[in-house]
Design a protein around this ligand. Sequence first.
Ligand SMILES: [Zn+2]
Length: 128
Amino acid sequence: MTTTTPNPTRSIITASDVYFAAPRETRQLARLLQMREQLARYSTERESHGLDDSDLAFAAMISVEDEIADVAPVVHAALFPLWVNHAMGVAHAPGVFNPRCGICMATVDRPTASRDNDTEPLTGPAAE
Ligand SMILES: [Zn+2]
């Protein structure tokens, strides 16, 4: 009779969780996945606003994906289709406000701060 012994280096993948038996590999992969998610958001936001450096952010994301493929090829193969189809709700057409976009939210705050500054005297507080 054959029994299956769990392989401690084999990853177990679910949609929201990745597990390695080795803590160091788990931490490294977790950092790479977090970095990839941040770069995906960052490049999508910059692309939505037509910023020139969006391609640099996208290239950085691809580099991190390549690193994930080197470190954990099974994880990469499982997650890649999800990444392609996961828009994070951040993307938007130019000129359209999206509250999930960090740049949109930052530009909403800027006019408020500017308006507040406009009520201040240009030369500073009046001397008493
Ligand atoms: Zn935006």
